[in-house]
Design a protein around this ligand. Structure first.
Ligand code: GTP
Length: 659
């Protein structure tokens, strides 16, 4: 598997390096940053599978940091570091480049980031490698679908390319093959954590889609509104200038006489100075002849006295109407003598008193000059906004800007009397990006981080639950073992102090009890022996012998007072310990025992009842010597046997005196 991963990584690295050499147009379409990062990742991954992780970590870590910095540039608010600042830095590094040349498209960058982090985390499922791979796949898929949807969807979102996308997918496949085997033992936790996280990732990407579309649509609308308003403002300003022209014509009407040459020059000069776009201000007398022109230069001096109709032939009727009907007239856009496109206004000078026509004031407006005046008065982003004033398709004046043109061109009407011009505004990409909300990029990044955290929590939780279960199981087993051993221990302890056949305490138990109760004098001991027990064994069998022993032990335990102890001393011999019992009581208890056995129904083979003989010995004072006491009881028992059995005998105190 590692070998396959190595081969695929090698293939990706070779393709990443070689394809752009063979087909440079592929790279030309790409931002160089995407290609550089792709090559770096492919080489890091190759190194990783080839040389192991120590060397590869040294190369992959800086790559992760660089990608992190690139990702941060997408999230930076405009008032922290503006797009213009980023572009300046880019231009400083490579003249003519901008920030987009220095960072891959967002989705591609995020996929590069997840693959790099996956490489750094190696195979570890508990560090989220499976999720990182799922995220990379989803991001590449989202990028591909963006490429399919096309630029109409969210034009300000840069798309990755088929070339980088395919190679990233190849690297992802290599990573997956390289690690998938290592996940078998965590398969359960992995599945539990992966599904919810993957669903959250899909929701995050879908949310980003929607947010990006919304951000671009909103920005487009605001651009439309802004530049349409600008056109309206221009129309208003142009009308204000037309009003100024009317005032000029009215001035001569108030005087109620045709202007004189000097007066005309003085008055026209003021207007000419204030409104630089008036190329000529002329007075046409009642006869329709050009009487005065300001400024007077060799070109128009020759026109003076000339019939106006000859110089402005296409719109000659306008002057006639202004003179005869005394209405305000204007031409359409025409090429002026000054070699610029412009308009001519004919403003009748009507006497305020007599009402008769005194002639016509002619104002020649140079449209490029007018546009320039308005442009310099306006508050536009002159660096990043293309503006053009068009007459139909013919540009009257254009202000070009550098940088990548934005996707939207707003065309609005600028109304100039009867003439409608078109104002075209096209903000460049930098201006649009500076105004575009960072929210989609932030939501995408935050959503993916949240997805990662969710995976870690779910995976860790399930692993902990598994460990908890296994610890619980081991504890249970341990507890069972302890219980078993305790039981065995108590059984061993019980067996050490009891006779297995009859269940009665054994000789060891008896001897310990004697020692413990040595002070509880008078201390009486009864030594009991079944008479002719051998014959039971011989005639009725060993099992019958055992049964007799069991029964006898039972009778003995029943008839022994509670403060006493009935024990099997060995073979067919039993012993009774009676603390604080004198010889009389001891003999009485011995009799009771003998009687009990006699009447128990136990029989020999010939029907004779089973009997016992008892030797009784008492320790009254002094230090207790257990062996001597038992010996005395044994002598008494011996006597009882010799005296005919089935009887109890008290040991004589003389026979074995205390010493
Ligand atoms: N069935 C059985 N027999 C036992 C056991 N322990 C000892 N015996 C037998 O008990 C018999 C004891 O016999 P003896 O000591 O000769 O004495 P006895 O036959 O009881 O005769 P007297 O004591 O002289 O009345 C032997 O045959 C032992 O094999 C036991 O646990 N079970």
């Amino acid at each position: 598997m590692i070998r396959t991963a190595l081969l695929l990584s090698l293939l990706a690295a070779v393709l990443a390096c070689v394809v752009p050499l063979a087909e440079p147009s592929l790279l030309a379409q790409e931002a160089h940053a995407s290609w550089a990062m792709l090559v770096a990742l492919a080489l890091c991954q190759l190194l990783w599978y080839w040389r192991g992780n120590r060397l590869a970590r040294v190369t992959t870590l800086p790559l992760a940091l660089i990608l992190g910095a690139m990702l941060t540039s997408y999230l930076m608010p405009e008032h922290w570091i503006s797009v213009a600042t980023f572009n300046n830095w880019a231009d400083h590094l490579v003249p003519g480049s901008d920030i987009d040349n220095w960072r891959p498209p967002l989705l591609e960058l995020a996929a590069l980031m997840t693959l790099t982090l996956g490489l750094l985390s190696r195979t570890r499922a508990n560090l989220g490698v499976p999720l990182l791979q799922v995220l990379a796949a989803l991001l590449l898929l989202a990028d591909t679908s963006l490429q399919v949807v096309g630029n109409d969807f969210a034009p300000l979102v840069r798309r990755g390319s088929f070339y980088t996308g395919s190679l990233l997918a190849l690297l992802l496949l290599a990573q997956f093959i390289g690690v998938v085997q290592g996940w078998r033992h965590t398969h359960q936790s992995l599945t539990r954590a992966l599904w919810p996280s993957a669903i959250l990732a899909v929701v995050t990407i879908a949310f980003w889609y929607q947010q990006s579309h919304l951000a671009d649509t909103k920005l487009h609308q605001s651009v439309d509104v802004r530049y349409e308003r600008m056109a309206e403002r221009l129309t208003t300003e142009i009308n204000a200038h037309v009003t100024a022209m009317r005032r000029f014509a009215d001035f001569w009407g108030i005087l109620d006489r045709p202007p004189e040459d000097e007066e005309w020059r003085a008055q026209a000069e003021r207007y000419y100075r204030d409104f630089r776009y008036f190329l000529n201000i002329a007075y046409i007398n009642e006869g329709g002849e050009i009487a005065y022109v300001y400024p007077r230069d060799p070109a128009n001096t020759s026109l003076i006295g000339m019939n106006i109709e000859e110089s402005q032939r296409p719109y000659s009727d306008r002057l006639a109407r202004a003179l005869k009907q005394r209405t305000e007239e204007q031409t359409g856009v025409l090429p002026l003598l000054q070699n610029v496109p412009g308009l001519i206004y004919y403003l009748p000078i009507n006497s305020h008193q007599g009402g008769n026509a005194l002639g016509v004031a002619v104002m020649v407006v140079g449209l490029p000059l007018l546009a320039d005046t308005l442009y310099h008065e306006g508050h536009f982003d002159r660096v990043r906004l293309y503006l053009g004033l068009l007459n139909g398709d013919a540009p009257l004046k254009e202000w070009h800007v550098s940088g990548t043109p934005g996707p939207w061109r707003v065309e609005s009407d600028v109304i100039f009397g009867h003439v409608t011009l078109t104002l075209v505004a096209q903000p460049n990409r930098e201006l649009l990006l500076s105004e575009r909300s960072r929210q989609p990029s932030v939501s995408l990044t935050m959503g993916l981080i949240l997805t990662y955290l969710l995976y870690l929590v779910l995976f860790g939780r399930h692993q902990m639950a598994l460990q908890h279960r296994s610890v619980h199981r081991s504890n249970e087993e341990l507890r069972r073992e302890v219980r078993k051993r305790t039981q065995l221990q108590s059984e061993i302890e019980w067996l050490a102090g009891h006779d297995e056949l009859t269940g009665a305490p054994n000789r060891r138990h008896f001897l310990r009890a004697v020692q413990e109760r040595a002070e509880q004098t008078p201390l009486t001991v009864l030594l009991c022996d079944i008479d002719h027990f051998k014959s039971i064994n011989d005639q009725l069998g060993h099992q019958a012998g055992d049964h007799t022993l069991v029964r006898l032990a039972s009778i003995g335990q029943q008839l022994t007072p509670s403060e006493g102890l009935f024990a099997r001393y060995g073979g067919e011999e039993f012993v009774v310990l009676l603390p604080r019992t004198n010889e009389h009581r001891g003999m009485a208890i011995a009799e009771r025992l003998r009687e009990g056995v006699l009447t128990s129904g136990l029989e020999h083979a010939d029907g004779r009842p089973v009997t016992i003989s008892i030797g009784v010995a008492v320790h009254s004072e002094g230090t207790l010597k257990v062996e001597e006491l038992l010996h005395k009881a044994d002598l008494a028992l011996y006597e009882a046997k010799h005296a005919g059995r089935n009887q109890a005998r008290l040991a004589s105190t003389d026979a074995m005196p205390d010493s």
